[in-house]
Design a protein. Structure first.
Lengths: 242, 398
């Protein structure tokens, strides 16, 4: 990363988790603040304006999805979270975390013990750039934070599995093929991630550059966030799989 | 749907499928184990002899027999509109006949009485038809009852005196409602509150019981064995799994211990491996399929692969990925452990070859082991799927 360490804000209603994450990230990133509920977090994030927010899915006051919506809503919609798309051209110049101009909106990385599909899908659709379970190691977490800070998406094997499941089967014709279907390549990438491959390993396996893998994953994330594919939500509520 | 399947020890219920009127005969026949046609014939003959009595009995049976348990149940009394209309038709018919044959019930009473009964039927039976029409229909029904009743009474007596006493009754009723209404409303509200509270406390008791039986016991065990790293991890993992199952209602087979699908069987085998070896198997399962021989072989091979990884790779976690596609089922077991050179495995160590590859090959599948020293290992298994065949096999025994 460019010189200064990434500034991270940790939101979790369990003090034990907050201090645990803080100590695990010690020396890897700069933890600029923590909060235990949605209101406190919204105020803290507005004040500290970090690069990345680690957010718990279940919290008093509406949970992670509510916090993301509130912060990104104040910052000018989810487009400012780094999702490609009709982003206003002046919104911080995409991922280039330049020194001038308004600082880009914080990016969110969901961190949870819940593996329930509806939690995962709802927090991603609110605008989170990735989803990790709390069992990840400090090193993995720091790497994921770096990736999210750079505007990329972070898919755990579990999330990749959810997406494959949600987009599986083309029973009803998709209303927007661009958004409602995965390309064969995206499917390949997701499969390997679901099998436990890191991005680097995926790239080697498919003879792609890591950058291309990241592009594919970001594109899947965008589909996940914007697709109107109604099965997505129905599926998430029906399939309460772990 | 096993419509024709004979039910052992059927309860006395009304049966909706194949009913003529309200399902009374149908249910009775099912409970007695006699053909429904014969029963209907007997009822028809009896009705020919004494229709009002039979009709009354029928109406009573309709009112008191619970509907078949698989629909909404007794909560939806007085049944659906078709039932109500059917029963009403019977009762009205009976009253008409009664009016014909008894001297004290002249024809000008029978007519309005029919109107009144239809009105009552509208109020009680059709009320449940569509929630939003309910008030309208109840109002129409009640006015029909009042008109019909008034006309009937007018036919037999002095309308003025009846009107006066009716007014008196109305005033009394209004007074009673004014006096008692708020109290009744409060009582109803309290009852609802009480019920909600009871449900909540029952839920809390269930949570407490679960936490006590599972989580607290495990925490106690963990404290006792704090020195034993591996045991603690495995205890915590097992408890985590149990809690997740309980929280998210994950389906783990049929309860009787038999797994019905590939995913449930795989999950159970993986849980078993986790318990034995204290590794964490991170499983991602996409899709599911009914269990057939190929699926069983695949899961068995996957279990061997996971066991190998747990025993030899020297890692804490192993990734497992199952994907069910329309034409095949694939299973991947991957570790980042020490790895090995697949070509260098001596032929006498046939573990991998026999228990993994041969199992899936026997079912037309493929097995591939990818590994290199220091680079972990991945076992890739796949069996073809024949959906049509699978379903036929499933249905044959019935």
């Amino acid at each position: 990363m460019s010189g200064s360490p990434i500034r991270v804000f940790v939101v979790d209603d369990h003090p034990l988790v907050r201090s645990g994450v803080r100590s695990e990230l010690e020396g890897r990133v700069d933890v600029v603040g923590t909060a235990g509920d949605v209101d406190e977090a919204a105020a803290g994030i507005a004040a500290a304006w970090p690069d990345v927010v680690l957010v718990d899915v279940h919290m008093p006051g509406g949970g992670g999805a509510e916090l993301i919506r509130r912060v990104l809503g104040a910052a000018g919609g989810p487009a400012a979270s780094g999702a490609e798309g009709p982003a206003p051209a002046g919104a911080g110049g995409a991922a280039a975390s330049g020194a001038e101009g308004p600082a880009p909106a914080p990016r969110f990385l969901a961190l949870s013990v819940s593996d329930a599909a509806e939690d995962v899908i709802s927090v991603i659709r609110a605008g989170a750039r990735g989803y990790l379970t709390k069992t990840v190691s400090g090193a993995e977490l720091a790497e994921a934070i770096g990736r999210v800070a750079a505007g990329d998406a972070v898919f755990s094997p579990r999330l990749a599995g959810f997406v494959l499941d949600a987009f599986a089967g083309a029973l009803p014709p998709p209303s927007d093929p661009e958004l409602d279907q995965l390309t064969a390549r995206e499917r390949d990438v997701l499969r390997l991630i679901a099998r436990g491959y890191a991005y680097k390993e995926v790239a080697r396996r498919l003879n792609l550059s890591v950058k291309t893998v990241e592009t594919h994953v970001s594109s899947v994330l965008r589909k996940l966030q914007l697709s109107s594919r109604h099965e997505l939500s129905r599926w998430a509520t029906e399939r309460r799989l772990v | 749907m096993s419509v024709r399947a004979p039910r052992p020890a059927a309860r006395l219920t009304r049966r909706r499928d194949g009913r003529w009127v309200a399902g009374v005969c149908n249910g009775l026949a099912a409970a007695l184990g006699v053909p429904v046609g014969a029963l209907r014939a007997v009822v028809a003959v009896l009705a020919f002899g004494n229709l009002p009595a039979v009709a009354l009995l029928y109406a009573l049976a309709w009112a008191f027999l619970p509907p078949e348990s698989d629909d909404a149940g007794s909560a939806s009394w007085p049944g659906d509109p078709v039932d109500a209309v059917a029963v009403l038709a019977v009762v009205v018919g009976a009253v008409l006949i009664l009016g014909q044959f008894t001297a004290w019930l002249p024809a000008q009473v029978v007519g309005p009485a029919v109107v009144a009964i239809v009105g009552a039927g509208l109020a009680w039976g059709w009320g449940g038809w569509r929630e939003r029409f309910r008030p309208l229909i109840v109002a129409v029904g009640v006015s029909l009852v009042i008109i019909g009743g008034g006309a009937a009474l007018a036919a037999v007596g002095d309308l003025r005196s009846i009107g006066r006493s009716a007014a008196g009754a109305a005033v009394l009723t209004a007074g009673a409602v004014l006096l008692l209404g708020p109290w009744m409303a409060r009582l109803a509200r309290n009852l609802a509150d009480e019920r909600r509270q009871r449900i909540r406390s029952e839920e809390r008791a269930e949570v407490a019981a679960h936490l006590h039986d599972g989580v607290l016991q495990t925490l106690a065990l963990i404290q006792k064995r704090a020195g034993d790293d591996k045991a603690v991890r495995s205890l915590a993992r097992r408890q985590e799994r149990e809690l997740r199952t309980w929280l998210y209602g994950q389906r783990n087979g049929n309860g009787d211990g038999s797994a019905a699908t590939v995913a449930t069987l795989l999950r159970r085998e993986l849980d078993d491996v986790e318990d034995r070896y204290g590794v964490r198997l991170d499983a991602v399962l996409v899709g599911d399929a009914p269990l057939d021989d190929a699926g069983r072989a695949l899961v068995a091979a996957g279990r061997e692969a996971a066991l190998n990884a747990a025993r030899h790779a020297g890692v804490d976690t192993v990734d497992v990925y199952l994907e069910v596609e329309p034409d095949r089922v694939s299973l991947f077991v991957r570790d980042r452990g020490r790895g090995f050179d697949p070509a260098a495995v001596p032929p006498d160590r046939r573990g991998v070859a026999d228990s993994i590859s041969a199992r899936v090959r026997r079912h037309g599948g493929t097995a591939e082991v990818r590994s290199a020293p220091g680079e972990g290992a991945e076992v890739e298994l796949s069996v073809p799927r024949a959906p049509a065949r699978v379903e036929r096999v499933e249905e044959k025994p019935r």
